[in-house]
Design a protein around this ligand. Structure first.
Ligand SMILES: Cc1cc2nc3c(=O)[nH]c(=O)nc-3n(C[C@H](O)[C@H](O)[C@H](O)COP(=O)(O)OP(=O)(O)OC[C@H]3O[C@@H](n4cnc5c(N)ncnc54)[C@H](O)[C@@H]3O)c2cc1C
Length: 303
């Protein structure tokens, strides 16, 4: 066991874990953050659109050095059939403001930056460390965690579970139920690299302007789901996700849907000639308010 005791142990260095660790460290708490990935963000998947309001509260000057891709000046929504789409687009010069509030980001880069802020605030961040179980006292109160490292038991006043949608640790500790198949979507995503000028010409952008497309219709083959296309500086994120219970009741596969989406005549010209450098898959919680598990108990809190 590690003798040193912490005010808080944060499990996970995604958006929630980094926000929690930063907020506590800034208030002078002694914080240990444990992340199973090689570095913060190495395991994380998102479209990704960053809605800046909350981040701005935590790090008011984040725009100075955060790895932001493009600020959004246009949102498109497409309703698609097999060969065509009808679209609603909203674009405004007003979004070319001094402090835009929506950006595309790449999580592997963004989380690394966010984690550097957590360290600067004084927290200890330990990567390549998986929390395997929660430690309880005789009364059942959570008093720490056990990890996959040798002598891996560490104690704290509170354990913050920021482990993401799967919640394996919380499920094993019976703090929450496993996510139900009708309350989560499975999404797959690819990153298509193209020269910056090509992306700007294809999406009608200049400078760091960005656009995102959300799409629904026959692309989800009758299942509840959506596709998305987000313009980054030098790549395009394209993906599709559907409710897991729907996949269970059809013969469709997530990668089959993505291939079909990419071949659609409205989509193919946008990614033509690109090089795919990343492929990822992840669950997304879709159960809404009613699917939120209990968020706290004796010695633990979920974020
Ligand atoms: C394809 C896709 C597109 C999305 N698009 C958007 C979007 O555009 N905008 C938006 O706001 N949201 C979007 N989301 C949702 C968004 O990604 C999630 O809401 C967000 O990542 C949740 O953050 P989190 O910190 O709770 O979990 P995560 O980001 O999943 O982070 C959890 C962290 O905990 C670590 N971890 C887990 N278990 C352990 C353990 N036992 N020990 C140590 N570490 C552990 C993981 O490695 C990970 O780093 C999207 C999601 C997907 C999949």
């Amino acid at each position: 066991m590690i003798e040193e005791k912490f005010d808080a142990i944060v499990v996970g260095a995604g958006m929630s874990g980094n926000a929690a660790a930063l907020a506590m460290a800034k208030r002078g708490m002694k914080v240990l953050q444990l992340e199973r990935g090689e570095y913060a963000g190495s395991k994380n998947v998102q479209g990704a659109i960053l809605y800046a309001d909350m981040l701005e509260k935590l790090i008011p000057d984040f725009r100075d050095d955060a790895p932001l891709e493009r600020h959004l000046v246009e949102q498109r929504f497409w309703m698609m059939d097999d060969r065509s789409h009808v679209g609603v687009h909203y674009r405004s010069e007003d979004f070319n403001e001094e402090r835009p509030n929506r950006y595309t980001i790449i999580r592997a880069q963004f989380d690394k930056w966010f984690s550097s802020k957590v360290r600067e605030a004084g927290a200890t961040v330990l990567c390549e460390t998986t929390v395997t179980e929660l430690v309880r006292d005789a009364n059942g109160k959570v008093i720490g965690v056990r990890t996959d490292r040798r002598d891996g038991e560490i104690h704290a006043d509170v354990v913050v579970l920021a482990e993401g949608v799967n919640g394996l640790l919380g499920t094993r500790a019976r703090l929450r139920e496993r996510p139900k198949p009708d309350k989560v979507a499975l999404a797959v995503k690819e990153m298509h690299f193209l020269p910056r000028e090509t992306i700007e010409a294809r999406f009608n952008l200049k400078g760091d302007e960005g656009v995102v497309v959300e799409a629904a219709g026959t692309i989800s083959c009758g299942m509840t789901g959506m596709g998305f296309i987000y313009a980054n500086k030098e790549c395009i994120s394209i993906g599709i996700g559907c409710i897991v219970a729907d996949f269970q009741s059809t013969a469709e596969t997530p990668y089959g849907l993505l291939d079909r989406f990419k071949r659609h005549p409205s989509v193919a010209p946008l990614i033509e000639g690109s090089e795919v450098k990343e492929y990822s898959a992840h669950l997304i919680p879709e159960g809404g308010y009613k699917a939120i598990p209990q968020l706290y108990g004796e010695g633990w809190v979920v974020v």
